[in-house]
Write a new protein. Sequence first.
Length: 168
Amino acid sequence: MRPVPAVCLGLILLLLSGPLLSAAHYVEIRTRVANIRNAPRRGAGIVAKAARNDVFQLEDEKGNWYAIHLFSAATRYVHKSVARPVAFVAELPQDSSVRRDIFQAWQGAQQRARDEADRTRPPGRNLKRNIRLKNLLNDRYKLKVFHDFQLPPAVYRRIILEGNRRGW
């Protein structure tokens, strides 16, 4: 039996892995408004409100819920009835001054979240509660930045990387 040429073997592997490569790693909100929750259940606290066409990075699926990546380290959830998996390619504004404005608004949202959490739940009294509130407010205020600039939240990493690299 002759060995299979490397090109043929590569093609076979590509065809077999096609469904894995094309799997959506993003979800898009389909309804006018959707609750983003801090746990995968209807009674869980609402972190923020997503808008139609918002796109988020998909982390996992938990029953009837999509676990999404927002801006804090905490996993957030949207119900499958309000979102759908999509293919997504991040498109940023062409004008670098607009990207800089977004980056600066992002930093302002982060500072606002930190100040409000420290004022409402001082870290010296209960650090865990302070961090939870800070994460919640970060997600809420940063999502508003993307709504204000009419951009899908999933592009934030590219803007943040550019802003840090350029020292904005």
